[in-house]
Design a protein around this ligand. Structure first.
Ligand code: ADQ
Length: 504
């Protein structure tokens, strides 16, 4: 196990992660609390990092029942190998800061869906107050030589609040979701305040070059007296007397964990069971949190289109769509769930024959080994978010799939830049092209599948979650990055379509 002293770049003693939620939550069953691991991309990505290094995770538990809180957390941290510090919020704060500002403003706006935003000024006020509350907890629980690493759009004001407390630690930020283009960002009523707050961090990390470019354009347009210099993965903004590093760091997965889990008996048995039930049909797999940015409705339309346009797919493929419940208290998400279920019903009603139901729909959180078994056994992964910071499901599928799995991937997922050479790339709004891609994937010769998948796996293995964290920490503490590849942008002009287009 690595410890904080192994880090090559930093002279910090302890890594302190700050995020909206802690990686675990408490669930009350039969009058007793049980500890559960949270789902979602941020937890999957960061839990192995802290498990590996030790450290402290500060976040809120989104629980308002505080009985035995501290003792339960003490028990939890003994088992997970790092410390936890909960931030306690009132239900009113959760409503306005989390459901309001984060979910009704920043989430849709940063995914280019500004018509879904509700710019309520009350949300902004509470967002500032909650960030201040978080900053106090961080201030009280950290030491001078800790490195504070803040995650995601819920906490963009923390560095500014910490400065008012005269905190002197180095503090970095990583945005897990996309940063929008200028024209969209300008719609935000608090655009200037938010940009200024972000410039109080010492290092700002984005998923892709696209996001960093968007951010820099917003800074150039809205903030006077800034100079931007440097090139490559990390550049510098000079703003008054401060230098802020800005980089792109594509997040990844614990490749070794996923590929090893794939070989376990539990996973193999489950994978066998899934396929045994459907014979020699190919499985097309979709895995998403319930969210309108994930393009689930468009994907179902595309599947329907494929069955119409390519009748030989009928009876030969099964589309398994797993949807993990998320934000289910928000009416918009309840509506989305209903729409998905109606569409699944329509497709199955229209195409089902005796012995073949085209769409299998799972709406619940499945076990990790079941998830990996689905990855392992599905012939095609259909990953078509309308916009996504990265999309870890794409990388997990590659780490777990057989050598001949096919990835169909949205051009607007952050992962597109890294996976474009091996995946079939699609515009998630273009139902016709996704239908063609499905047929292309279904009929793809084994050799081409293997070449593509090998390429995908090699890239993810090399640039796994530990590489990601090392790169970020290096950038935080050093002037020069070593062992850092030249990151590519997604190439809209010449996406690799066939084996002939790809360098092998
Ligand atoms: P998400 O929007 O949550 O993440 P994604 O990157 O696809 O999206 O991550 C989903 C995660 O949930 C995956 O790691 C997956 O394994 C996990 N998961 C799926 N089903 C599960 C289940 N049943 N139980 C537990 N976990 C399950 C946000 C951004 C993304 C960005 C990530 C990481 O929206 O763009 O890639 O953060 O930065």
């Amino acid at each position: 196990m690595k410890t904080h002293t192994d880090n090559k770049a930093g002279n910090y003693k302890r890594l302190v992660i700050v995020s909206n939620r802690l990686p675990i939550y408490l669930e009350k069953t039969n009058e007793k609390y049980e500890i559960r691991q949270g789902s979602g991309g941020l937890v999957t990505a960061l839990a192995p990092v802290l498990r590996n290094r030790g450290g402290l995770w500060i976040g809120c538990s989104l629980s308002t029942d505080f009985e035995n809180f501290d003792s339960l957390f003490r028990d939890a941290q003994k088992n997970i190998g790092y410390n936890l510090k909960p931030v306690v919020l009132t239900s009113e704060e959760i409503k306005k800061y989390y459901y309001g500002f984060a979910n009704e403003i920043i989430w849709p706006l940063f995914h280019d869906l500004q018509s879904r935003c509700n710019f309520d000024p009350d949300y902004w006020t509470t967002y500032q107050e909650v960030n201040k509350k978080f900053a106090h907890v961080v201030f009280q629980n950290t030491k001078k030589d800790d490195y504070i690493w803040v995650h995601d759009y819920h906490l963009m004001n923390i560095a500014q609040e910490l400065k008012t407390l005269e905190s002197s630690q180095k503090i970095g930020f990583f945005l897990h979701i996309p940063f929008p283009p200028l024209d969209i960002f300008l719609k935000l009523p608090w655009r200037l305040e938010l940009l200024r707050a972000l410039l109080e961090f010492d290092l700002i990390g984005f998923q892709t070059m696209r996001d960093r470019r968007n951010f820099i354009q917003c800074v150039r347009t809205l903030i006077k007296d800034v100079a931007i210099f440097g090139k490559g993965q990390v550049i510098t903004i000079q703003s008054r007397d401060r230098k802020i590093k800005v980089g792109s760091f594509p997040i990844s997965i614990d490749y070794k964990f996923f590929s090893e889990q794939t070989e376990t008996k539990e996973v193999a048995d489950c994978a066998w069971y899934i396929h045994e039930n459907i014979g020699d049909r190919q499985i097309i797999l979709g895995v998403d949190r319930l969210d309108y940015t994930k393009g689930i409705l468009e994907r179902l339309k595309a599947f329907e289109k494929a069955l119409i346009k390519y009748p030989d797919l009928k009876g030969k493929v099964i589309f398994i769509q797993i949807v993990v419940p998320s934000r289910v208290d928000i009416p918009e998400y309840q509506l989305l769930r209903t729409e998905i279920e109606q569409m699944v019903g329509n497709i199955n009603g229209r195409f089902t024959k005796y012995g073949w139901v085209p769409v299998q729909y799972i709406f619940r959180s499945i076990n990790r080994y079941e998830l990996i078994a689905h990855y392992r056994t599905a012939e095609i992964a259909l990953i078509t978010p309308l916009k996504d910071g990265m999309n870890l499901v794409a990388k997990e599928y590659c780490a777990c799939s057989k050598e001949n799995g096919v990835v169909i991937l949205s051009e607007f997922a952050g992962a597109s830049a890294q996976l474009q050479k091996g995946a079939i790339m699609v515009n998630p709004y273009d139902v016709e092209t996704i239908a063609d891609a499905l047929y292309h994937g279904y009929t793809m010769p084994k050799q081409e599948r293997q070449i593509r998948m090998k390429k995908l796996r090699q890239g993810i293995k090399r640039h796994d979650i530990f590489w990601w964290v090392e790169s970020y920490i290096q950038a935080a503490f050093t002037e020069k990055l070593y062992n850092f590849p030249v990151l590519e942008d997604y190439d809209f002009a010449t996406p690799a379509k066939s084996l002939n287009d790809m360098e092998t």
